[in-house]
Design a protein around this ligand. Structure first.
Ligand SMILES: [Zn+2]
Length: 63
């Protein structure tokens, strides 16, 4: 489902990209997944699992 995206140093030195699940700043390599038609960025596939398990149900409940 997801893909790894390598960021060039020029990008990761100036742009801080936090993981959409744990909030950890991802410097070099992002795990990119499409969720609900939008792009989500994670530090690892494990965080994608956590996101789907814990964050998505909570968001659905907020609607
Ligand atoms: Zn993470």
């Amino acid at each position: 489902m997801g893909t790894w995206r390598e960021q060039t140093p020029a990008v990761w030195e100036t742009v801080v990209t936090p993981c959409d699940c744990c909030g950890q700043v991802v410097a070099k390599r992002l795990w990119i997944v499409e969720v609900d038609g939008g792009e989500r960025r994670f530090c690892s596939p494990e965080c994608e699992d956590l996101y789907r398990e814990y964050v998505l149900p909570r968001k659905a409940a907020d609607r």
